[in-house]
Each structure stands twice: as C-alpha cells, then as structure tokens.
Ligand binder design. Sequence first.
Ligand code: BGC
Length: 758
Amino acid sequence: MSCTSSSEKTLDLNTEASPNTSLGLDQAIESKLDSLLGIMTLEEKIGQMNQYNGFWDLTGPQPKEGAAAKKYEHLRKGWVGSMLNVRGVKDVRAVQKIAVEESRLGIPLIIGFDVIHGYKTMSPIPLAESASWDMEAIKKSAEVAALEASAAGINWTFAPMIDISRDARWGRVMEGGGEDPFLGAKIGVARVQGFQGEELSANYTIAACAKHFAGYGFSESGRDYNTVDIGTSTLNNIVFPPFRAANDAGVKTFMNSFNELNGIPATGNKMLQRDVLKGDWNFTGFIVSDWGSITEMIAHGYAKDGKKAAELAANAGSDMDMESYLYVEHLADLVKEGKVEEKLINDAARRILRVKYELGLFDDPYKYCDEKREKEVLGSSENNDAVLDIAKKSIVLLKNENQLLPLKKEGQKIALIGALASDKNSPLGSWRIAADDDTAISVLEGMQQYKGNSLKYAKGADVSIGNTAFVTETKINTTDKGELGEAIKAAKDADVVVMVLGEIGFQSGEGRSRTELDLPGVQQELLEAIYKVNTNIVLVLNNGRPLAIPWADEHIPAIVEAWHLGTQSGNAIAQVLYGDYNPSGKLPMSFPRNVGQVPIYYNYKNTGRPTEPAPDIVFWSHYSDQKNSPLYAFGHGLSYTTFEYSNLKVTTENQSYNNPKVLVSIELANTGDYEGKEVVQLYIRDLFASITRPVKELKGFEMISLKPGETKTVNFELDKETLGFYDNKNTWIIEPGEFEVFVGGSSDKTMKSTFELK
Ligand code: BGC
C-alpha cells in the first residue's frame, strides 16, 4: 500500500471525454454523460453545481417574489442540480416535477437530507452505535435509515460523519465514530455500505456522503466552526484514514467543512480536494460544500467577496454549492473571464450527473416517490425491532460493584428518578429532523413493562427549562429543585434507585459545544442528595458526548452509559437493566476526569518525559492537580459476566519488514455466570520510528460470544496493512524494528508481548 505525495500529483481531469477506464467507471454511463454534457449550456452545467434548501410550501401557489421566487425560476431554467430538506413523497415529487417537466433538459434533482441516525424511526446517535463495535449492527442501522429515507423521497444522505475527534467539548462528537482512526474507518465503511447497499440504483438505497473533509473534529478548544491547525502526521494518520476507507468503499459523495485547515478554509482547499481526494485517491463522485461554507470564506479572511469565494471554491474542487448562491451567480462570468477553466465546470457537472445516473434517476426520477411504500415503511415494526437491537448493543456498562446489576425481576421496590427518565424526546438525540417529537420509548415506559417489582417514579428536578431544539446553557435549570423532596422520599423507601441523568437530546450536535462536561444544571446536587438517603444507586447516563463524572465514579456502585439511543431507548435500557440483554458495548472515546484533561485520547505520544523520575520531582509531563489517565479509557466496557485473558502468543511468520506476517493469539474465558460477548482488542506500539508513533494503536478487534465456563482462542494477523504508518508525504511506510503488541478488553487493560521486524 503506497501512494504518491500530493505535491507530485498532476491532475487528470480528462473532462472533455469519458475518463479513463482504470477508475472502474461504468462506460455505458460515461458515454451517456458525454452526450448529455455535449448538449448542455454552460449555465445548465453550472446549474448542476447549485443546491438549494427547501423553499416554499410546495402544495401552495407558486411564489411570485423574493428568494423563493428566484429559486423557483432557477429550478425551471435547469439551474438547480439538487435540493436539501425537501422531504416526504408529496413535496419531493412536486420539486422533481418542475425539474423534470419544466426545465429544458429535464435533468432530475438529487434530493439530500441529513439522515444521520435514522429518518423517522431513530437509531442511537452515531457515537452510541460506535460503542457497539459491531459492524454488522451499524450497517443494518444505516440500511434501515436508507430504507425509510428513500421511501420518503430522499436519495442522498449527508452521512456518515467520520471526523475523528478527541474533544468531548465539541458537540458534534455525537455524530461521529469517536477518537480512533482504525475503528472510525471500519464504522465509516459499515455505514457507507448500509446506506448505499449492494445496488445503488435500487429504490431502497441512497447515496452516502463522507463528511466533513477535513479536520473539522480538531476545531480548537472544542468550539464549533473554530480554526483547525494540525500537523501533517496527524492529518495523514488520524484524520484521513476514515475518509480514505470510505472512498475505497465507494462512497459517492464527500462534503467539505466549515473549518480552515492550517490557514486555508477546507472549502477552498485545493490540496484536500483536488490533490488528495480527486488526485491521489481517485475519487470519482462529487464534493458538496457545507452549508454556506463558500460564502464563509469571506469571513475567514480568505476571499474578499462572493465572486472571489466562488472562484476559489470551484478551482479548489468544491463541486456543489450548498446554499451560498454564489456558483449560480458568478461562475459563468468567472469562466468567461478565464478565472475558472470551463473544463473544471465540465468535470464538476460530470461528477454530479454521474451519481444521478448511478442512482437510476434518469431512468425514473420518481422512483423514490411512492406514497404507498412511504406509508408502509416509515415507522414499521421491523424498523423498530432493528433499532432496538442496535440500541441494546450500544449500551456500555461503566461500573457494576457488587453485581448490583442486573436488577432482580421480582419483589423489589424500585425508585426511578430524574427528568430524563420520563423524557420521550431527548432519547431521539440531536439531528432527528424527520422524527416526530416525543416518540421515543422513555426509561419509565421501558421499566413499566417489568411487572414483578414495584416501580415509583419521581422527577426530582428538570434538566432544562423548556425543551426546544435550541437548548443552550442559559436554558439549563440551575435553580429549581422543587420536586427534590418527593424524589428523596421515593429513594428512602426503595431497595434500588435507578437515576437517569445527563444531557437532553439537543445539548449536543452542531453548534452545541460545552466548556463543562459535568452533569448539567442541578443534577449533580440531585444525585448527591439521593445518595445521602440510599447508596444503592444505578446511574443511567443519557448524553451525546463523554462526560466527566468523577464523583459518581467514586460513590455510585453501578453506572450505565446509555447515550441517546433513539426511538426504542427505554426498551433497550430496561432490557439491559433487567439482564435480558447482557451489555457488550465498549467506549469509542475516552471519558476524562475533568475538562482540563481534554483533548484526551488513548493513542497519545510518549513525550521525552513520560514518567515521574523520583517522588515529588515535578519536571515530567503531567498535571500537578490531576492524573494523566482518563476516568474511563477508550475500549472500556463491562459485562454481567467476567472474562479472563491468558496465554498471549506472538509468532513472527515473516520477519521481513517489507512483507511482515505476525500471528497473535490469546485465550479468552468466560469466568462468570452469564453468557456474554466481549470485544477483544489488539493494539500495537512501534517503539522507534522515523516519525514517532503513539504508545498504543488499535489494529484489530473481534467480538467473541462465550457461554459460562467456555474458552476460545482468538487469532489476529498483523501485516503490512497494519504495521506501517503514513509519512509526511502521505506515503504508507513500514520500518524494521521492535514492536509491542497488546491484547485485552480495554485500551488500559491488556496483556503485552513483543516482536521484531528486520
Ligand atoms: C452541517 C452539515 C449538514 C448541513 C446540511 C451543516 O450545517 O455542518 O453536516 O449536512 O448543514 O444540513
């Protein structure tokens, strides 16, 4: 595996005729593209590069003036290639009809939507799903999302988001696969495969979009849209791998990002879009800008006005303008003035039209517009079963002292406390535009189905004041503890207290960064007040990001990470609490002890001063007021049973660093009383390299199911795909030398061995 350096790559746009066959393109489609492009005017080609947001009541009269009227006119002229946020068969059919029946060439629109974790039936938020480490389940969840979205007229999702992030302050970590590029790449591929399926032209699959290219997860200080300034090695080895993998898996589109990367906004970044993605990686789909990100290059201080922004974005390789209105306004003039070459316009239009052909839109522009199917598919019981399955798999058991969990099914008095316990909206999470409000199963409803115990619910205190899509810190309840008394009473009386605390659904997501990672509002006080009267507490966390909960970790015997789990949330949580599902999730992001540790991640570099040289010597890489280690490590997650690892063996079958083959095996035994699943994780460390390597890097994992008393040998193979890294020219290299290999059930609990490549 090697690739040329971006700087050496020359562009082969080959736009006047079909691109060469080595890219694996369908030549029948390419020749149709030749014919179509041959009859399109410059304005019509630029029109394909223009995407508008949904703009008027499609069932009402045509708009006569204002922005909506202009968009309508553009649609009829064939100056719109795509629309987003038009959803539902009726509305999609209406816009498609204008494009197909009223424009000169009748080119169908591609209809985009943020199908981030489900459409109507919501799956867990992507960060939660990532905690399943179960690629089949993740793929299935994307399949269900595609099934529903396509039945509602949509044929393109702006997902998966595969931005690696190490910063829990950033609200968008809820949308991604966590902190690790190896796991993140696998998750990205599973989601692309789920959305696009085996057959993109089927009416139940949709085009996927790998976003945001690139570096958005490294926004400084976790503040959304902020500057990104990262080194080449981090870009090549941490940020790029999931995108590279998504491209290899055939993702049809990419979205660029709001952030600048090392001084150049991603939207106007030629290195990212033309040199790396369309050059080195031979990406044949198209790149859409992020919402208004072409215009935002003015605010970034990169383009002096809209016209310049359009020029920079088009030349850099942004094929479609989402809601900046700048391509449609300026590109034709820019071509005439010689500032943008026409062949770049041809290339962009070809890429966009290619995806439309691949979707089958030219064969039948209304293929996603079947009211009967829409009615049958949306919210079906099969879809609910599927999201319940992935919801259970996403739950992570963080702590379980004295086997407080699973709960006994009979004869117990249970107090259920917390506003989130009865909340039917929060579990839907952020990014759930098409879901109906208050349609999730709450924890209360889930637990009520277990009739053998007495269950008493008391809210305790609200998390937020009002429950809107725009919850900010100012709307968090920091004062009202009016119902605390009732909760204390219920707790005093109970054998076990289940407390559901955390963030409401809209506290994470885009534009929702936080500077604190604690339990918001008065919830910490509520937790401590209940603990004073009953220490037998199971804390169920609902949240869209890692939280810092050191007090809870020290005092509360059982802690369950239940994220925002989607429509079936309460059922999934109840089934786990009662042991009908034995939790198997593992954290895809480190949980810090406090905000000051962030960014915190398991694959850090050693530094020159990694350890305390002698007691009380301060000059080593540490904090004077807190440990370096996280509260819960990447990969951590318990089960109701116990697993024991033994007999780690490493055999170097081929020691040559050019073509290494290293076999690793370990024995895993279920030493507890329950059948359970364990994600066995393999990490390596390349001890000395021409570019320093992290102290641990995930390079393999296997989900193993074991009955009580059962033992299995788990095997891994390390080769040139796993033992190398990208150098600063973005070339994959492997070097001879010593390696450590670690295997275990968490990044911080592993057995270790070594081997050498020569
Ligand atoms: C987000 C994208 C999203 C787009 C369209 C932007 O604000 O950054 O991820 O796909 O809006 O809704």
